[in-house]
Write a protein that binds this ligand. Structure first.
Ligand SMILES: *Cc1c(COP(=O)(O)O)cnc(C)c1O
Length: 392
């Protein structure tokens, strides 16, 4: 029966194991280490001859519930929770890349993912080529005998182009590469990359999964073989492990993921409609919009467009910034997926890790603004945008 449950049911029930107390909610196991009955038992756990907890960097009951749940939601065998979305991205990459290897990634990615690829990986002798992932030929052309991994986000941060996962996976399979997709913007409720044959799915759980703006966390989902390697080698040694308390908060947040995501999408659709009709808005970026990259994938690869919108004003940089400063309901903050509506300026904030040329190549203009539509009443969000735009 459990396999047949809708994802909306699974987000509430999957992964929960009733403990001896009968607690409805996963108890918070705030312990760094676990006591063995005997020295022999400790030895057996380290040797892997006996299952059981050892030390929270290697596993923890509360974190394990989150990992089981995320594996069910993404449709993978296993998952590992990490201290941040960046710990998820870096651990997934470092587990699969060694000195001399090559990575092909989308040129438009989250700012710190870009910085990791551009500034950190080369220190370890890992070469990176960034290409436009909407162009399968460009991906194929970038592949060399040293290439081991393909990495992208879809929709792309911050201008929301959508890439065809079937096409990307076909290239990965043809060349025997590991494909990694960052599914932060969609959550498994709107898109399940595994269904398209992707090998590893990474998340910043800081965003929609937790949904309350009070935790930094990440998750990686994949086969047991991959996750064991990432968890018991890379995350164990590099140390980007999630705190049990934060895992507990995410488990709490996840229960409302379905109702939150639907409301984020409903609100975003109304805001998109409003922005499209406004004379001072010259371009709106939202997945599935007419003429956008990957328009045809809406409904096929992704169920709805999500809660993030980018747009450009018919205004110079100064006037665009003044618009941001005039908003009253929106908070000026990076991040997304919270109850509060947020606005940010990618060129000077999330994507300040790019230099000007790299930014333009990635399609992130100076006047681009990104909003994360919150859970407030849609009419209040629109009224706030209206009074802000009146100042432009
Ligand atoms: C926020 C974000 C990250 C990084 O996550 P942190 O939890 O901030 O480390 C990675 N990818 C995407 C798409 C993000 O939005």
């Amino acid at each position: 029966m459990k396999d047949k449950w809708a994802l909306a049911t699974k987000i509430i029930h999957a992964g929960h194991i009733k403990d001896s107390s009968g607690a409805l909610v996963a108890p918070l196991c705030q312990s760094a280490t676990f006591v063995f009955d005997s020295a022999e038992q400790g030895g057996a756990r380290f040797a892997g001859d006996e299952t059981g907890y050892i030390y929270t960097r290697l596993g923890n009951p509360t974190t394990a519930e989150l990992e089981r749940k995320m594996a069910v939601l993404e449709g993978t065998q296993a998952a590992v929770a990490t201290a941040s979305g960046m710990a998820a991205v870096s651990s997934a990459l470092l587990a699969n890349l060694s000195h001399g290897d090559h990575l092909v990634a989308s040129k438009a990615v989250y700012g710190c993912t870009f910085s990791l690829m551009n500034n950190q990986l080369s220190k370890f002798g890992i070469a990176v080529t960034l290409v436009d992932f909407s162009d399968p030929q460009a991906i194929s052309k970038a592949i060399t005998p040293q290439t081991k991994v393909l990495f992208c986000e879809t929709p792309v941060n911050p201008h929301l182009d959508v890439f065809d996962l079937d096409e990307i996976v076909a290239i990965a399979k043809k060349h025997g590469l590991i494909s990694i997709v960052d599914n932060t913007f969609m959550t498994p409720l709107l898109q399940q990359p595994i269904l398209h044959g992707v090998d590893l799915v990474v998340h910043s759980a800081t965003k929609y999964l937790n949904g309350h703006g009070d935790v930094i966390a990440g998750v990686i989902c994949g086969t047991s073989e991959q996750i064991d390697k990432i968890k018991f080698e890379t995350v164990k040694d590099l140390g980007g492990v999630l705190s049990p308390h934060d895992a507990w908060l995410i488990l709490r947040g996840l229960k409302t993921l379905d109702v939150r995501v639907e409301r984020h999408c409903d609100n975003a659709e109304r805001v998109v409609e409003y922005l499209l009709s406004h004379p001072k808005v010259i371009k709106v970026h939202y997945p599935g919009l007419k003429g956008s990259k990957g328009e045809s994938l809406m409904g096929k690869q992704m169920r709805r467009g999500g809660g993030v919108i980018a747009f450009e004003l018919d205004a110079d940089l100064k006037a665009s910034i003044a618009f941001v400063n005039h908003l009253q309901l929106f908070s000026i903050a990076v991040s997304l997926g919270d109850a509060e509506s947020l606005i940010q300026h990618p060129a000077s904030m999330t994507h300040a890790t790019y230099d000007i040329e790299q930014r333009e190549a990635a399609g992130i203009g100076e006047s681009l603004l990104r909003i994360s539509v919150g859970l407030e009443a849609a009419e209040d969000i629109i009224v706030d945008l209206e009074q802000g735009l009146a100042q432009v």
